[in-house]
Design a protein. Structure first.
Length: 117
């Protein structure tokens, strides 16, 4: 339904036309859009608000980023998979490093280690 409607205005919180909505939604308000529904012949005012916030389990990665993966010594099958993907072992940190694009969507992605610089 919204895809067929043309947006003709986009306002940031605090601009004229958003003040009452800022009072209502506070810091949760992200933006206000004005749309026109040509089928019904009506103008619409829509708001985008934050309804939930959670910390990231791990940072977002690009496909070419080297990411740390934790695999225990006894998990030989997973270690073989990492070797086949040309992953590198860091003996000091006890982690494998592999390009993220190679493990995205696989069970190895769930084993990303939480290592922050």
């Amino acid at each position: 339904m919204l895809k067929e409607m043309k947006a003709y205005g986009y306002l940031q919180p605090g601009q004229n036309g958003t003040k009452r909505l800022v009072e209502k939604y506070g810091a949760a308000l992200i933006c206000v859009r004005y749309r026109f529904d040509e089928v019904r012949g009506v103008k619409l005012k829509t708001v985008e608000i934050v309804v939930d916030e959670k910390p990231l389990r791990h940072p977002r990665y690009d496909n070419d980023d080297l990411v740390p993966v934790h695999v225990a010594y006894g998990e030989t099958e997973l270690r073989q998979q990492l070797r086949a993907l040309r992953a590198r072992w860091d003996g000091e940190r006890k982690l494998w490093y592999v390009r993220y694009g190679l493990i995205r969507g696989t069970p190895l992605e769930e084993r990303l280690a939480e290592v922050y610089p």
